[in-house]
Design a protein around this ligand. Structure first.
Ligand SMILES: [Zn+2]
Length: 323
């Protein structure tokens, strides 16, 4: 119940009730509400500048956590880079060196992405720098891994080829040491057994009894096994690829046919004295790119250092060849 207010009327000398106008009440009420509303709004606005809401606190917490996670991720990227660097170093200094491939230069391994700015979509935020740096590092890492992976593909091919190459070149003595009577004659000037004239002997003669096994000195394909070449008698030619051919002459018998594939150490024939030969022996030649070269440079496959030294000494003696 609202208070009833009075005033003193000096004319009538009596107290009279104050009659309130209805319109005034509404007006004052409205002004009061407006003032209270504005004041309230001001308080909330000012408070919000200094006091966090629970939602803000939660978001802030999450942001801190995200920054922490980014830092951890960057550390992991650094670790991955360190591991990759060690692989790259071995790649350049061991693998590529061994297989005679050029090392991959640092600029190529660490090249970024040129041209348009790939990272402008991350710009304009408080943490833009952190996000852009992290993305750049990961992109670099990915690219470096691709470069390294390609290098290893290349090395794998070279290794496979080198293995094949090493198996192919004529690298063993074609007659077993224990079967040898002696190494009769080496590559170089020798006296011809028939004409007694000094002439160049393009192979090595291994004296051994008739029927002694003769072995392929490297992997390859038998190109010829016939006696249609003057002087050599029954002879075999093996094509080893890479420009190498080996030739085995004056054979008694063949153990292979033309176009047959052979492996190093396969029994291909037997020592004899067919063709222009003075006594049973194997005349052995090695061709490189069509030129006859000294076969003695290839016997690292099945001789000890001592045996090789002895062979070298004997082969260099200028004596009479058996041809
Ligand atoms: Zn000879």
């Amino acid at each position: 119940m609202s208070k009833v207010k009075y005033y003193y009327d000096s004319e009538t000398l009596s107290y009279r009730k104050i009659e309130r106008k209805k319109g005034n009440t509404i007006k004052y009420g409205f002004i009061f509400l407006l003032a209270a509303g504005l004041f309230g709004f001001l308080i909330v606005f000012v408070a919000s500048q200094f006091i966090e809401s629970p939602r803000e606190r939660a978001l802030k917490h999450e942001l801190t956590n995200l920054q922490l996670q980014y830092d951890l991720l960057n550390k992991q990227v650094d670790n991955a880079f360190a591991a990759l660097e060690s692989v790259e170093e071995r790649d350049n200094n061991i693998y590529r060196l061994y297989f005679e491939a050029n090392p991959i230069p640092e600029e190529q391994r660490r090249a970024g992405f040129g041209g348009v700015n790939r990272y402008n979509k991350y710009e304009g935020f408080d943490n833009s720098k952190l996000i852009i740096t992290s993305n750049k590092r990961i992109d670099q890492l990915q690219k470096a891994i691709v470069v390294q992976s390609r290098s290893l593909d290349e090395i794998a091919i070279l290794a496979e080829d080198k293995e094949k190459f090493l198996a192919s070149i004529p690298a063993i003595q074609p007659v077993k040491n224990e079967d040898l009577k002696h190494m009769a004659s080496g590559y170089g000037y020798r006296t011809d057994p028939f004409t007694k004239v000094r002439k160049f002997h393009f192979g090595m003669d291994f004296t051994a009894p008739r029927g002694t096994p003769v072995y392929a000195s490297g992997d390859g394909v038998v190109k010829r096994a016939d006696s249609n070449s003057s002087g050599y008698g029954k002879h075999i030619r093996i094509d080893h690829g890479y420009g190498y051919i080996s030739l085995y002459a004056h054979l008694y018998k063949y153990n292979v046919k033309a176009n047959q594939k052979v492996k190093r150490g396969d029994l291909i024939g037997y020592v004899g004295s067919t063709g222009r030969s003075e006594a049973p022996h194997l005349h052995y030649e090695v061709f490189k790119d069509g030129e006859r070269i000294n076969p003695i440079n290839f016997y690292y496959g099945n001789l000890t250092a001592e045996e090789y030294a002895r062979l070298l000494e004997k082969a260099s003696l200028e004596n009479q060849s058996l041809d």
